[in-house]
Design a binder for this molecule. Structure first.
Ligand code: GAR
Length: 217
């Protein structure tokens, strides 16, 4: 299986990035992370990249829609093009991506969101589900499109909500599933199994792209 070149965008600690790097290194993923870009200089994700010898770039990103935001979008796009990435993973990236990046990598940018989309978009998917009182929560990997947390869904994991859950306990249980489904989505991409048909992403050769976690701890 040929190895694909991955780029990543991250704003935070980067545990999702780490789960992908680990699986690339142990051979479970036919991919190699070649460049990580963060809007935050202090992002743990940049540190994780450096530790693994991966190019790590800080690109400050201004308010969405401004000229400075478009300039950052151009810098990010150029960096990924120069690194010849096949796929970009938004891994805890808390910014809206711009038109240059989307245009340069059509259906080649994935995002992970800690909720069962289309429910609970935004910055606090886990908290919003808990406050709403849903009995299941979860995570979604989808292709990015110009609308935040939209785009064809590739894989979802369902997590059971406990009556005594706090935002932190629920987020931790969801995160464990994120670390499983994101590498899976990347591997399907590497294997050429993902086909976008309008709003739907068809995963060829699998019975279901849904996971139900029975982890109740
Ligand atoms: C993850 O839970 C991810 O789903 C979420 O940020 C966290 C990043 O954790 N992303 C979003 O909320 C995007 N809307 P990580 O930095 O440890 O991977």
């Amino acid at each position: 299986m040929p190895t694909i070149r991955l780029g990543a965008l991250a704003s935070g600690g980067g545990t999702n990035l780490q789960s992908i790097i680990d699986r690339c290194e142990d051979g479970r993923l036919d991919a190699e992370v070649v460049m990580v870009i963060s809007d935050r200089l202090e992002a743990g994700a940049l540190e994780r990249a450096r530790k693994h010898g991966i190019a790590a770039l800080h690109v400050p990103v201004a308010k969405t829609g401004t000229d400075e935001w478009l300039e950052a979008d151009r810098r990010i796009t150029d960096a990924f093009l120069e690194a010849r990435v096949d796929l970009i993973c938004m891994a805890g990236y808390m910014r809206v991506i711009g038109p240059h990046l989307l245009g340069a990598f059509p259906h080649r940018i994935m995002n992970i969101h800690p909720a069962l989309l289309p429910a609970f978009k935004g910055m606090h998917g886990q908290r919003d589900a808990l406050e709403y009182g849903t009995k299941v929560a979860g995570a979604t990997v989808h292709f990015a499109d110009p609308d935040f947390d939209m785009g064809p869904i590739i894989i979802q994991a369902v997590v059971l909500v406990r009556e005594d859950d706090t935002e932190a306990t629920l987020a931790a249980r969801i995160l464990r599933q994120e670390h499983e489904i994101y590498p899976q989505a990347v591997q399907w991409f590497a294997e050429g199994r993902l086909r976008v048909e309008g709003r739907r992403c068809v995963v060829e050769g699998v019975d279901t792209a849904a996971r139900i976690s029975i982890d109740a701890s």
